[in-house]
Design a protein around this ligand. Structure first.
Ligand code: UD1
Length: 338
């Protein structure tokens, strides 16, 4: 069985990806510093997969630890999730973001070269497109100046990997540009665990429905969209996790260096108000919400042209928005009883 180093493997997307790796016959080796995750997620991953996983508690910038991992485990590929991701915090603490996100990536790349492990799947974001010039947005679209240090780290990390590919013709990588991941595992054993007040929409909705928040503010209803609220491409985290397995298999089957950039979205745009309506329908809960001002830095509309993922990786999203919202709600309810 092939060992795959999964940095940030106890996080929201990382944990679902570990489950899908095991479902596909890979053995995840998790490196996570628990800065935005919980150790009990490891037990949950093991419970779903009915298999134990190797876990290292530590930071990607710890070169000694990386040496230990690469020496102890025979690593065939790396999926690098570990990064700080709160947009607002990144504006207040830019150095934390540049240090962690750029430093984490460069030390992972150094270790992968040193130990001759040349397959890397990197977590990027549709944030690199800013406000796209046309929709749906495909991978050839212009990269825009980021609205936040967080966004800048994603652009620079992509560039670092691309530069390495130019310098080293044996290096193989895929940059996955995620759209908006939502939902939770169908077992309700793993899901999103926001620290403090959630800034992302769906955790805010489920916490409001569960009574932890008084009301949800819809950030603006005067955009140039069908109902005035922003449009996003909401993708189930399990679909997203499966894209990583396809990306990894693609790299493992390649004999020469490659660096591909691939959108991971559904190809559908839904407004914030549509999402709220769909949530009310599947949960049977009336959501207390009101319309507020626009949030600074928000993009009016962004959704993927999802054709490249299908052509190159043979992957496409299959889970409905309704199912994703129901899974997110079931996960929230499971948190209430535990
Ligand atoms: C955000 C980040 C993006 C990052 C992604 C990670 C910004 C500007 N962008 O995307 O870089 O990759 O998270 O998941 O923060 N909304 C409300 N009320 C709320 C929360 C959100 O109306 O309480 C709206 C937002 O205005 C937006 C939509 O819901 O239109 C989605 O927001 P969010 O979940 O924060 O994701 P993004 O902003 O798309």
């Amino acid at each position: 069985m092939k060992n795959i180093l999964v940095t940030g493997g106890l996080g929201f997307i990382g944990s679902h990806t570990c489950v899908e790796l095991m479902n596909s016959g890979f053995n995840p080796v998790i490196l996570d510093n628990l800065s935005n995750s919980e150790i009990w997620i490891k037990d949950r991953i093991e419970k779903i997969a009915n298999q134990t996983v190797s876990f290292y508690n530590g930071d990607c910038r710890d070169e000694q630890l990386l040496d230990t991992i690469f020496s102890n485990e025979s690593i065939h590929g790396i999926i690098h999730f570990a990064a700080s991701k709160a947009v607002g915090e990144s504006v207040l603490e830019p150095l934390k973001y540049y240090n962690n996100n750029l430093g984490g990536l460069t030390s992972i790349l150094e270790a992968s070269k040193k130990h001759n492990c040349l397959n890397l799947v990197f977590s990027s974001s549709c944030t690199v497109y800013g406000t796209p010039d046309s929709l749906p947005v495909d991978e050839s679209a212009k990269i825009k100046t980021a609205e936040s240090p967080y966004g800048t780290t994603k652009i620079v990390c992509e560039r670092i990997i691309q530069d390495l590919s130019i310098a080293d013709s044996t290096f193989k990588s895929i940059l996955l540009r995620y759209f908006n991941p939502i939902g939770a595992h169908e077992t309700s054993l793993i899901g999103e665990l926001p620290l403090g007040v959630p800034s992302n929409l769906v955790p805010f909705i489920t916490q409001t429905a569960a009574g932890h928040r008084n009301s949800l503010t819809v950030f603006g209803d005067d955009y140039n969209t069908k109902d005035g609220s922003c449009v996003r491409d909401f993708i189930h985290v399990t679909d997203l996790a499966k894209a990583h397995i396809k990306a990894l298999e693609f790299l493992l089957n390649k004999n020469e260096g490659i660096c591909e950039t691939v959108n991971i979205g559904t190809g559908n745009g839904n407004t914030v108000l549509e999402l709220i309506n769909a949530f009310e329908k599947v949960s049977g809960k009336k959501l207390n919400y009101s319309i507020g001002d626009r949030r600074s830095g928000d993009v009016e509309a962004v959704y993927a042209d999802a054709s490249k993922s299908k052509e190159l990786l043979g992957w496409e999203a299959v889970i409905s928005l309704e199912q994703a919202l129901l899974d997110a709600w079931n996960w929230q309810q499971s948190l209430e009883v535990n």
